[in-house]
Design a protein around this ligand. Structure first.
Ligand code: NAP
Length: 361
């Protein structure tokens, strides 16, 4: 356990917004968590839990305590049926977990290589990339509930995972601290290769090797080629979710933009979920629009306003090379959202979490 006071958080958010914390508590054990919350209760302080700081927008001043969740531990436990449980502490680096898994020939999270952040953040937004999501392998999540001072295990169903969404984003779940997760990995589940870029390069560069390490290598190359490294250009990954819209909206947009990038998604209606989307009547389909395509088409790709901008290779990523404060990043995002709405009639919803209140400089 390590306490500090009046600490700069610039190095603790990958968007590099200038910010400082009244108190910073680095927690390595459950008793560190308990001590932190006891101090918070005694002094009526707010606690904000932080992992890798790669999916947050930090205000200039974070009041109360910023709790750095550094709970360690990685264990692989073979099951009699050949599957393997992977248990990991919330403070582990997610990417390390993927690398350890693929080295063992285990499948399930290879498409999620190089996603920044710590393990504890993974279920909060149900991290996903290249056709795979955490929900494909997640078995359970361990939490500490400061209100009852208890630890509990939540099943996959309890976590209510959706597209970049979970119970941990609700009023109830926001109060909990994730302490660890358990995944079910397998040495022989099918590789997920439905994304065109991934399949093409896997066939070309890896000779279609049926190994999770080959997939991870291709995803790593794709990501490195397209996405800015926060160490070089501050960013928080995808800044907007891909909007999911009705069939009518897509049909209307296609009149003006026949090249619109949209993918069918199954509606939550269980009757539809059992059908492949192709057999579902088109008017009952929902479509996922590529937010990056909308932003690019609206002319924002590569645009930079006073140190904040849209990345030149991936429009979905907002970059902050000027290390501008949160309110300026948000103002840029708001202008972009308004323009996309005016052109396409589609709302873009930010993916990173806005912490606390943005205060004026
Ligand atoms: P891309 O391959 O250029 O595709 C553009 C969009 O179309 C993606 O957002 C993806 O949606 C969707 N898409 C592509 N092929 C699809 C298919 N076969 N079925 C359904 N949807 C499909 O995207 P990209 O920007 O290079 O990103 C590649 C992957 O990395 C994506 O999965 C993206 O979500 C992920 N990524 C995530 C973050 C993050 O911070 N969360 C940051 C960078 C990249 P989805 O986004 O829903 O997959």
């Amino acid at each position: 356990m390590k306490w500090s006071q009046n600490v700069s958080l610039s190095g603790y958010n990958t968007l590099a917004c200038p910010s400082s914390a009244q108190y910073l508590a680095e927690c390595y054990t459950l008793s560190d968590l308990r001590e932190t919350f006891a101090f918070a209760r005694a002094n009526k302080l707010r606690v904000t839990v932080l992992g890798g700081g790669s999916n947050v927008i930090m205000p200039v001043q974070m009041s109360g305590i910023v709790l750095l969740n550094r709970l360690p531990g990685v264990a692989f436990k073979p099951l009699p049926d050949g599957q393997v449980l992977l248990q990991a502490g919330a403070g582990e680096v997610w990417d390390n977990l993927v690398r350890l898994s693929v080295q063992r020939g285990l499948r399930g999270i290879e498409n999620l290589i190089l996603i920044p952040g710590r393990v504890g953040a993974a279920p909060i937004q149900n991290i996903g990339a290249y056709g795979a999501e955490l929900s494909d392998t997640l078995l359970s999540v361990e939490i500490y509930d400061p209100a009852s001072d208890d630890c509990r295990t939540l099943s996959l169903a309890d976590c209510q995972l959706g597209y970049r969404d979970s119970i941990f984003k609700t009023a109830v779940g926001r109060e909990w601290v994730i302490t660890g997760i358990t995944l079910t990995l397998s040495p022989n589940r099918p590789l997920v290769l439905e994304y065109a870029d991934l399949r093409q390069r896997w066939e070309q560069e890896e000779g279609a090797q049926n190994h999770p390490q080959a997939v991870a290598r291709v995803v790593e190359r794709l990501r490195r080629a397209k996405l800015p490294d926060p160490a070089d250009i501050p960013n928080a990954g995808s800044f907007f979710k891909n909007p999911v819209v009705d069939h009518d909206v897509v049909a209307q947009l296609r009149l003006g933009y026949p090249e619109l990038v949209a993918y069918p998604v199954l509606a939550s209606d269980p009757a539809l979920a059992s059908d492949p989307p192709i057999q579902t009547p088109p008017e009952r389909l929902k479509w996922k629009l590529a937010a990056g395509w909308l932003i690019d088409k609206a002319g924002w790709k590569g645009r930079m306003d006073n140190g904040v901008g849209c990345h030149e290779r991936q429009a979905l990523v907002l970059v902050n090379p000027g290390h501008r404060p949160a309110d300026e990043v948000l103002a840029f995002a708001t202008r972009l959202q308004a323009d996309v709405k005016a052109r396409f009639g589609v709302d873009l919803e930010p993916e990173p979490v806005l912490l606390g209140e943005t205060e004026t400089k």
